[in-house]
Design a protein around this ligand. Structure first.
Ligand SMILES: Cc1cc2nc3c(=O)[nH]c(=O)nc-3n(C[C@H](O)[C@H](O)[C@H](O)COP(=O)(O)OP(=O)(O)OC[C@H]3O[C@@H](n4cnc5c(N)ncnc54)[C@H](O)[C@@H]3O)c2cc1C
Length: 430
């Protein structure tokens, strides 16, 4: 921890970014468990970047000081995933069934009693009995036209939980990352890490003027919602926004290898040229409503990570708090499950619940555009009502699980008439 930092400072930054919509107990648990989580990850084999003085700490938007550990420069997520997947595959108490996709949930008298899994390569499905089920299926950014998320982050786990009767919480709060690489591309846009701004890179317009200076006291390191809106506004009036990294010193290939390689693939040398950026849907603060132990409103069903919402992120996630959330609340949930007595198989009324009809690729493309224009960084009631009407009357979208999910998001956003955190209503009456 940096000498000027503490769990209380981390909590304060988390709650400021979250517009004080956060569950304070969840925040206290998160920040109080962070040090232990880092040490546990090290014990799983993750070699966080360090020098002779100890761990190297980075700074991102909304953080009052440098406190973020990283691995492999800007490849922390990859390092985490590789180490944890290896540990899970080697654990004797885990049966690894990948690749398998969760397709349906069996309920018995309203309690989870089984799952149907499909092998995506062969289409072969199998049914398994299941006493307790944890959903960790990630976010829903892929439902937006511009996103940093992979195609699998399409909200399908959320849709399945809702079909089972789980409660949805804070669905209107979607975080937009201000600096995805602005390139023509199908699917996920590459991310230009915020750590570059932490290291001194500036956001500028076509004329090279800094765009954040007059917008927020923290300037380029303001919380993401402020920066994403500013970049969106500049682009709406026809300009482009650039990340100027040319003043950054040090070894680029060691500090930011992912961005360096990415820029090279697109013919940009970030040591000499500015990087074009655009906002993109990045993280869902909302999700299946859970308590701090990950329990949903459906008996036997738990959720953790981005698919879940325990309120820790409030209306806007503080940068880099989500990997921490996954580890901290995942471990807490694991501890709870290890302690409970497994529920005996029920003999009651059983039935299968699936998501329902899937939109075809053309309808999905249309839905993603609709989501981007109606539920993007700047929202208008009239546009959201129009989008609702479109989903309700379009034969290709109406009744699909993606259409139903988006309709729930739109309803939640319409019901929140005042701007809060990442939910910004340009038509708000003061
Ligand atoms: C480009 C990028 C960079 C990021 N960088 C950071 C960062 O530096 N720090 C940070 O804190 N956060 C970062 N985030 C956010 C963070 O990665 C996510 O919030 C986090 O990965 C969520 O973890 P998760 O386990 O809930 O979901 P995921 O990591 O999305 O994992 C969900 C998994 O479930 C699988 N799945 C989905 N549906 C099904 C199904 N029906 N059946 C079976 N499996 C299914 C998916 O294929 C996926 O493997 C970043 C996100 C992106 C997109």
């Amino acid at each position: 921890m940096a000498f000027d930092d503490s769990a209380a400072e981390h909590a304060r930054d988390t709650i400021t970014a979250g517009a004080n919509h956060n569950d304070h107990e969840a925040v206290q648990y998160l920040v109080g468990s962070a040090g232990l989580a880092v040490r546990w990850l090290q014990a799983q084999g993750i070699d966080f970047d360090h020098d002779a003085n100890g761990l190297q700490l980075g700074r991102e938007g909304g953080h009052g000081c440098s406190r973020i550990v990283h691995a492999g420069g800007d490849a922390s997520g990859h390092a985490l995933l590789t180490a944890l997947a290896r540990a899970a595959q080697q654990a004797r108490h885990i049966t690894w069934r990948a690749p398998a996709s969760l397709d349906a949930i069996q309920l018995c008298d309203g309690r989870v009693s089984g799952v149907a899994l499909v092998d995506p390569a062969t289409g072969v499905s199998q049914e398994l009995e299941c006493a307790e089920l944890v959903l960790a299926t990630g976010g829903c950014g892929a439902l937006f036209a511009a996103t940093t998320n992979p195609a699998t982050a399409d909200g399908n786990g959320l849709a399945l939980a809702l079909a089972c009767g789980a409660r949805l919480r804070d669905a209107e709060f979607v975080q937009f990352h201000p600096t995805a690489l602005d390139v023509e591309q199908d699917g996920a846009l590459p991310l230009i890490t915020e750590a570059l701004r932490g290291a001194g890179a500036r956001l500028v317009d076509d004329e090279g003027r800094a765009v954040m200076d007059t917008r927020h006291p923290m300037g380029d390191l303001a919380p993401r919602d402020h920066v994403a809106r500013r970049v969106w506004e500049c682009r709406q009036v026809g300009g482009r926004v650039w990340l100027d990294t040319t003043s950054l010193k040090g070894d680029w290939e060691q500090r930011f290898p992912t961005v360096f390689a990415l820029c090279a693939r697109h013919g940009i040398d970030p040591r000499r040229q500015r990087i074009p950026v655009t906002p993109a849907a990045h993280f869902h603060m909302g999700g299946i409503s859970v308590d701090l132990d990950g329990y949903t409103s459906v008996p036997g069903l738990y959720a953790v990570g981005e698919v879940a919402c325990n309120g820790v992120h409030g209306a806007n996630r503080l940068a880099s708090n989500s990997l921490l959330e996954g580890v901290v609340f995942g471990r807490r949930l694991g501890g709870r499950l290890a302690d409970i007595r497994l529920h005996a198989p029920s003999r009651g009324q059983q039935h299968w619940v699936d998501r329902g009809r899937t939109a075809d690729s053309q309808a999905l493309g249309e839905l993603r555009q609709l989501a981007w224009s109606a539920l993007g960084p700047v929202r208008h009631g009239s546009r959201m009502i129009e989008a609702e009407g479109h989903i309700a009357t379009d034969d290709q979208l109406h009744g699909t699980w993606q259409g139903k999910l988006m309709a729930r998001f739109l309803r939640a956003a319409l019901q929140r008439r005042k701007s809060l955190g990442a939910h910004f209503r340009a038509d708000e009456r003061k």
